[in-house]
Design a protein around this ligand. Structure first.
Ligand code: TRP
Length: 332
């Protein structure tokens, strides 16, 4: 029986953080044994809002590859590859552009909020509004069954599914219908309690943070804003420190005891934060160890990416042959 396929990826614009881990990396790692797994370093997509910062994108390709390997992605099981090195993805994007209206692309809520954040106004580059379609091409070119992503990516999946239907209607070729798979924590709050952990908000704990940095960031975290003294009853619900503990603490008995003491005003914020630091550092330790292993061998990481890219290209080439022939292109 053929294995089902997973395709997902990250824009290389910086390092990956705990929110990425819970939203998608954890799923990638745990599913790689049972699925044919393709992980893309989406440098073409990163250029849609960083076209004037090519060095940043180039350097982040390596960082993001390292983050994936450190998180536990096994290059023996998964294919790790670089988007720009597969020109067929750009080709497929162009064909898809005939099937979707500009108005439809401008309705994408994730794109809308990114446009606001980046201050594009009415001067939004064509490439940027079009990136969800390019993402649809990524997903469909691999005929992915499952796409593990954070929940901000659901509009991209919706669009991909529309393209499957439209393409099949017009050209009679059916891509596999992709399903979204969101992590057990779809969106992690920031250390400041903001709804989203995000680099631009500066409320992030990176997978590559040192033990010391994690401790400092946790100590500065927001808790219950109404609690002035350790003897005040504290609010557990919605408290970022407890949200993180719920996500990362394995000792559930200890955690519920801590919550009880917090609610009763019998434990200080400092003690709870110290515990969270320990929990996060314990979680991050194996990730740091794998990072050290790969960091010491940059040539190995390069080889993993170039071998993966070669393999990914073979998979895409097969789909593209069928696509071109369905579209009655010259010579097919
Ligand atoms: N949009 C994703 C992000 O912001 C990256 C990405 C590009 C992606 N192509 C993809 C994710 C295809 C899943 C499938 O990180």
């Amino acid at each position: 029986m053929t294995k089902k396929r997973i395709l997902t990826g990250d824009r290389p614009t910086g390092k990956l953080h705990l929110g990425h881990y819970l939203g998608t990396l954890e799923n990638r790692v745990s599913l790689q044994d049972d699925y044919e797994t393709y992980i893309m370093v989406a440098d073409v997509q990163a250029l849609t809002d960083n076209f004037d910062k090519p060095e940043k994108v180039r350097d982040s390709v390596y960082e993001v590859a390292l983050d994936n390997l450190a998180a536990g992605l096994d290059p023996e099981k998964s294919v790790l590859f670089v988007q720009s090195q597969i020109p067929e993805l750009a080709e497929l994007t162009v064909y898809f552009m005939n099937l979707v209206s500009l108005e439809r692309l401008q309705r994408n809520p994730t794109v809308k909020s990114e446009m606001k954040q980046k201050g594009f106004g009415s001067n939004v580059p064509v490439g940027f509004v079009n990136y969800p379609l390019s993402q649809a091409a990524d997903i469909l070119a691999f005929n992915a069954d499952i796409v593990p992503v954070g929940d901000d990516q659901s509009p991209m999946l919706e669009l991909s599914r529309e393209v499957v239907a439209k393409f099949s209607n017009i050209y009679g070729y059916s891509f596999r219908m992709p399903e979204i798979m969101v992590g057990r924590v779809a969106r992690l709050v920031g250390t400041d309690g903001n709804a989203k952990m995000s680099k631009s908000l500066g409320n992030v704990i990176y997978l590559s943070d040192t033990e010391e940095t994690v401790r400092k960031k946790v100590m500065a975290m927001y808790t219950d804003p109404n609690r002035k003294h350790a003897t005040d009853p504290g609010k557990v619900k919605g408290n970022p420190v407890f949200i993180y503990l719920d996500a990362f603490c394995k000792d559930k008995a200890k955690l519920s005891e801590l919550k009880e003491r917090y609610a009763a005003g019998k434990v200080g914020d400092v003690e709870v934060k110290q515990y969270l630091s320990d929990v996060l550092n314990e979680f991050l330790e194996p990730i740091r160890e794998r990072r050290r292993y790969y960091e010491a061998q940059p040539e190995l990481v390069k080889t993993i990416l170039s071998n993966g890219t070669q393999q990914a290209r073979i998979t895409v080439a097969k789909t593209m042959q069928e696509v071109r022939s369905a579209m009655k292109l010259f010579g097919t």
